[in-house]
Design a binder for this molecule. Structure first.
Ligand SMILES: Nc1ncnc2c1ncn2[C@@H]1O[C@H](COP(=O)(O)OP(=O)(O)OP(=O)(O)O)[C@@H](O)[C@H]1O
Ligand SMILES: [Mg+2]
Length: 392
């Protein structure tokens, strides 16, 4: 989403930039916003920014983020200003009182950015520092806590580890990530349809909804019937592009082995399989483990997580491991604070980072995802796009 820097004339300039705009009070704020958002492609600097600072800002960006266009809106435009501006790498200088000129400049700049980014292509290697891991969170029985876990894991990774994280709501028909964190689903997966087959990073970024610093969400469609329009190939494409933008892409799933879920698993470096300590959930987990074996997904990338581990009605840890014949990698305690936090629309990891549930999810993130030398890391590169193809 374009950044508009400066207060003066913001009301006049913002509508000309098109779509939604993020306002930055100062150039320092704008620099921070660009830094935090690798998909950003446009900064418009209003007339109140000191010209020397604006030019220094542009020349720094030109070196470090050449795909980001800088447009200067000034009260007066003369030849000397144009010369200095172009030398500094400013894409265009427009009169602050000419909304049409600004709109046209923004469009041209967008085209340049798209070409610069598109030259790399969606399958191009991720820029330095971004070769993201896709983590699919799955349970074949509904209500095991997938959505709760996925969101809190995203919060923990983005905050504790300072990583760029995207949570993808792949529960296409009944996704509830948006409602769980009180986000307005203005853009959803369904908006990717026109880009299918040529989705690039700019296009993928335009689908995202910012939730917290470092944490974006790709929301599920809201209109009934939209879910069926999404082909599994689009999921592959989306996850491939998002990996280039984020350190971790956490995929929340529906409670069935749909083609979309298997597609996400193909793209994943980690499979997190959730269960609760009750017989139906454990039976479904056992079937899931057999199914993943049958499809030849590597076992090393699997983590079984026992949610509501200490619930009094449930089975003990030993019973769980005996029934599913798989070690439990993490236990998340049961707490009424979890549904309370969902109803409030604020993940527990955000409102209460010290809560035992938040701590358990944070510990899982550290031990299984971010720790150097974790067992799953060994097979990450081999972990993608494997088994089903071999079986086909
Ligand atoms: N550790 C926990 N302690 C107490 N309640 C929990 C815990 N984890 C999840 N819940 C509650 O269980 C319910 C189901 O959780 P959630 O929606 O995350 O599950 P899900 O697997 O995504 O469900 P669905 O299959 O419907 O998508 C919610 O009311 C949630 O608040
Ligand atoms: Mg869910």
């Amino acid at each position: 989403m374009p950044i508009l820097c400066g207060q003066a004339a913001a009301g006049v300039l913002a509508p000309s930039i098109g779509g939604q705009v993020r306002e930055a009070g100062t150039l320092q704020d704008a620099a921070r916003m660009v830094e935090e958002d690798p998909a950003e492609t446009l900064v418009v600097i209003g007339p109140d920014a000191p010209i020397g600072d604006a030019l220094a800002f542009a020349s720094t960006l030109r070196l470090h983020r050449p795909a980001v266009g800088v447009i200067l809106a000034r009260d007066q435009v003369d030849v000397a200003l144009l010369t200095h501006a172009l030398r500094a790498g400013v894409r265009e200088v427009v009169p602050a009182d000419d909304p049409m000129a600004l709109a046209a400049a923004c469009q041209r700049s967008g085209e340049v950015s798209r070409r610069l980014i598109g030259a790399a292509g969606p399958d191009a290697p991720a820029p330095p520092g971004r070769d993201g891991q896709v983590v699919t969170v799955f349970a074949a029985k509904g209500g095991c806590g997938k959505t709760t876990f996925a969101i809190n894991l995203g919060v923990a990774l983005a905050r504790d580890a300072g990583l760029r994280v995207c949570v993808v709501d792949l529960d296409l028909a009944f996704g509830d990530v948006a409602i769980s964190v009180q986000l307005e689903p203005a853009r959803t997966v369904v908006d990717a349809l026109p880009m299918a087959g040529h989705l690039d990073r700019t296009g993928a970024s335009s689908l995202l909804t910012r939730y917290r610093p470092n944490l974006d969400v790709l929301l599920a469609p809201v209109t009934p019937g939209d879910a069926e329009k999404i082909p599994p190939s689009l999921v592959t494409e989306l996850l491939g592009v998002l990996r280039g933008l984020f350190d971790y892409v956490i995929v929340d799933t529906p409670a069935q082995f749909s083609e979309h879920v298997l597609t996400a698993m193909d793209a994943s470096a980690h499979h997190v399989l959730l269960t609760t300590p009750d017989v139906p959930a454990l039976k479904n987990l056992r079937i899931t483990l057999d199914m993943l074996d049958l499809l030849s997904y590597p076992r090393q990338i699997r983590s079984v997580v026992l949610n509501r581990a200490d619930s009094k009605v449930g089975l003990g840890l030993d019973d769980v491991e005996r029934v599913v014949r798989w070690p439990v990698a993490a236990h998340i305690p049961s707490s009424r604070d979890v549904p309370v936090s969902v109803n409030r629309g604020e993940p527990l990891a955000l409102s209460h980072p010290g809560h035992p549930v938040s701590q358990a999810i944070g510990k899982f993130a550290r031990l299984r995802l971010t720790a150097a030398g974790d067992p799953a890391a060994v097979s990450r590169s081999r972990g993608r796009a494997r088994g089903r193809r071999r079986m086909a």
